[in-house]
Unconditional design. Structure first.
Length: 462
């Protein structure tokens, strides 16, 4: 092992193996964990051996959380130190990650992005990184998010704008007075989706909000003071002066409105109030349903309901983008609480799930008594890791699959993820919409994408 021991600190977070085999029940988490270990026992034993055999190598166990959130909460240092020749050197934290959404860490002032396995292995063994100095696009944020708009709506708006700008191979840095009103969780949500808006990274410089998060997440006081002093000494601290960029664009966050993105691409944002009408257009335009087949219905065997084009069969609070943001998760819990109080439940054909980004999420949902409300609506925790967003959504009921396949129905998923390419979320789900966690809960109640959720009746109170 000594011959291939990593020369730089390496953390391996096991988060891609959990599947939503079971959902909507109190036993979902335990059952999915047991099945995960049954499938991956040999692999996990090998990784345990690796942790003991190598220096500079740590393994974060399965069902701890999604790597990017674990990085924010625990692993990232913002400023690193090392000893050399009796002197202590301080240098910026940087990250190479073998997942495209490694960019999430840029939300706390750590420069990082996703790479392939060979590039990561080369870096582990001490090889330098070669790259051309990129263009840096400045994205100025002003104003505040209006009531009813979330960080998800903001990042979908940013994604649409930057896709139009074309920032492939470029760095994006966010600046402006609007950053004063963006907590670190919201910044991380925006930084997370850099692959979707095409940039190498979406960077937020270090400032007081970064330090506040380091305090909140339990970093030691010496480290926090070091981060502040180093960032200010090196010119890495955010100031009120606008930096010089290759090019710029600007967004007044006060203009952001509740939105979805879909049915096939993250940049295809549609206003919530227009989602139903836009879906009906896409049904015949991009989803290939003939005009005279739009009304096709199919009886689901063994049930008292039918399915048709546009029915939501998956509603998942999932992915690194949103499941670690307290603002949107608490909002989802409050929607669930209101629905529970009114006696509303998700439609019976909707598979519901909640996969938190870390165990910290469960702690604050428990302490705020929102877990019980989410559980009551079928959003029990199914695992701590990447699930529906990467296609680990697990099976739909056989009768629902038969109805979809035999009648060529366009089924819908609504997920709080970052990618919605056709076939990615589930092979039987052709239309996939990215949405904030509270909207995921709301669409589980409505059960379809055909009706305008802003005016439709979600259910009848009992």
């Amino acid at each position: 092992p000594e011959k291939v021991n990593p020369l730089v600190p390496v953390d391996l977070v096991i988060d891609h193996s959990v599947m939503v085999d079971v959902a909507g029940s109190a036993s979902a988490l335990a059952t999915n964990i047991n099945m995960e270990f049954d499938r991956n026992g040999e692999r996990y034993r090998f990784l345990r051996w690796g942790q003991e055999a190598f220096d500079n190598f740590r393994v974060v166990p399965p069902d701890t959380g999604i790597c990017h959130q674990v990085n924010l909460e625990y692993l990232a240092q913002v400023a690193w130190t090392s000893e050399n020749g009796g002197s202590t050197f301080v240098y910026p934290d940087t990250l190479y990650g073998t997942d495209s959404h490694t960019t999430m860490v840029n939300g706390m002032g750590v420069l990082g992005w996703g790479v392939g396995g060979i590039e990561a292995e080369a870096a582990m063994l001490g090889q330098p990184i070669a790259m051309l100095i990129p263009d840096v696009i400045g994205f100025k944020l002003t104003g505040k998010l209006p009531e009813g708009a979330t960080a998800t709506d903001l990042v979908l708006t940013v994604t649409q704008m930057l896709r139009k700008k074309s920032v492939v191979g470029k760095f994006v840095e966010f600046y402006g007075p609007g950053l004063d009103d963006l907590g670190l969780a919201d910044r991380a949500t925006i930084a997370n989706m850099a692959p979707e808006y095409g940039a190498t990274c979406g960077f937020f410089p270090v400032d007081q909000i970064t330090l506040d998060y380091l305090h909140l997440s339990g970093r030691d006081e010496h480290r926090i003071k070091l981060v502040e002093a180093y960032a200010k000494a090196q010119g890495l601290w955010r100031t009120n002066t606008d930096p010089t960029f290759t090019d710029t664009l600007e967004l007044d966050m006060g203009t952001v409105l509740p939105s979805l993105a879909g049915p096939k691409r993250p940049q295809d944002r549609v206003l919530l109030k227009d989602a139903a009408s836009a879906f009906k257009v896409e049904l015949t335009k991009s989803l290939g349903v003939a005009a005279n087949d739009v009304g096709t219905t199919a009886k689901v065997a063994g049930t008292n309901y039918e399915l048709t084009h546009g029915d939501v069969v998956l509603a998942a609070i999932t992915s690194c983008t949103n499941t670690s943001n307290p603002n949107v998760l608490v909002a989802a819990g409050l929607v669930a609480r209101k629905a529970r109080a009114l006696g509303l439940t998700p439609k019976p054909w909707v598979k519901t799930s909640l996969a938190p980004g870390s165990q910290v999420v469960t702690e604050y949902l428990d302490k705020s008594n929102l877990s019980a409300d989410l559980d009551a609506l079928g959003f029990q925790t199914v695992g701590y890791g990447c699930t529906t967003c990467i296609g680990n959504s697990g099976p739909l009921a056989d009768a629902i699959v038969d109805a979809i396949e035999n009648n060529k129905l366009v089924a819908v998923s609504v997920l709080s993820g970052n990618r919605n390419f056709e076939g990615r979320v589930h092979p039987n789900v052709r239309a996939n919409y990215l949405a904030s966690p509270p909207l995921v809960v709301a669409y589980s109640l409505l059960g379809n994408m055909r009706e305008d959720i802003t005016t439709a009746v979600l259910g009848t109170s009992k």
